[in-house]
Design a binder for this molecule. Structure first.
Ligand code: ZN
Length: 313
């Protein structure tokens, strides 16, 4: 528990300092006050011996983490990364090509080979290879009691179908250019965080599951705001997530807002960072009023708070 307590304490202190500095009262003000994040210095720059440089903005990546890769150089047309038997395409942004590499929450902590295939205008390709270390997320265990009237929702099949439904949404959403601004992502609520990303949860002493997001204490009717600009791809009821808003922010980044009591947006709507998208509630598989907020990058559920703290292209 010390890990969660430390996290919550850190968040609370940050919010407190923020409030004192900015005199913040509304969620919108909280999300628009901080200065834009500055690009960090890469921890490593690799080359292909020709024109390409590959900058890595991390030392190690934790389970459920996100790594920024930046590829640049004369005459480069495309790039693909292979990591743990999966293939990802780089996307153009700023000066060069970028990839937001998501690390699965269940990926075994050890070293893996990262291979980046670089395409040139003359149709030749080069290869950059390195070792990436995936570290443990240090995620704890939590007992979670679902009230009797919602206990049928702990059936693993219901969870499997809901994840499949969300995967289908992600896969069928057309590619969008980056919709976030220079502030990147921000938290969807000013309320206190009550449960962190990554927990191994046991529901009603039987069903095992993972916590794919962050929970905020929120009395029903609290304002929930979009973490970044984007397009609403879903605003409807789900079994476990209850009333759910799912937003595509471009480049394969999605954020989800669960257990809402009311929708303030509809599917297909374009929204801005900090815009109210719904009111918090207690719908779906929830054991009390709260907001569950989660982030999916290129098909994997990752730590949304890390996304709010990191620089993005
Ligand atoms: Zn949650």
């Amino acid at each position: 528990m010390w890990f969660l307590e430390r996290l919550i304490l850190k968040r609370l202190l940050l919010l407190l300092v923020w409030g004192l500095v900015c005199g913040v009262s509304s969620a919108h003000a909280q999300t628009s006050t901080p200065p834009p994040k500055q690009p960090p210095i890469p921890s490593q720059v690799l080359t292909d011996g020709r024109n390409a440089s590959l900058a890595l903005y991390f030392d190690t990546l934790k389970q459920g983490g996100i790594g920024v890769l930046h590829l640049y150089g004369e005459g480069i047309t495309d790039a693909r990364a292979q990591f743990v038997r999966e293939l990802w395409s780089f996307v153009p942004a700023n000066d060069g090509l970028f990839l937001l590499l998501p690390i699965g929450i269940d990926l075994t902590a050890r070293q893996y080979v990262l291979s980046v295939s670089v395409g040139y205008a003359d149709r030749t390709r080069t290869l950059i290879e390195t070792l990436l270390t995936v570290s443990s997320g240090g995620y704890g265990r939590q007992e979670f009691i679902v009230p009797p009237d919602k206990a049928y929702l702990i059936a693993p099949e219901i969870e499997r179908l809901e994840y499949a439904h969300l995967s289908g949404l992600i896969d069928s959403t057309p590619a969008l250019p980056r919709a976030w601004d220079e502030w990147g992502f921000s938290l969807p609520s000013t309320s206190e965080i009550t449960s962190a990303f990554g927990f191994y949860r046991t529901l009603n002493n039987t069903t095992q599951t993972r916590h794919t997001g962050w929970d905020f204490r929120a009395v029903p009717g609290s304002m929930v705001v979009a973490s970044a600009g984007g397009e609403v791809v879903y605003a409807d009821a789900l079994d476990i997530r209850g009333n759910y808003v799912f937003i595509h922010h471009g480049y394969g980044v999605f954020s989800g807002y669960a257990h809402l009591s009311q929708f303030l947006v509809t599917r297909g709507q374009t929204i801005q960072r900090g815009q109210a998208i719904g009111l918090s509630g207690n719908t779906g598989r929830s054991n009390g009023p709260h907001l569950h907020w989660e982030v999916n990058v290129n098909g994997k559920w990752v730590d949304g708070v890390q996304l709010t703290e990191m620089w993005l292209p």
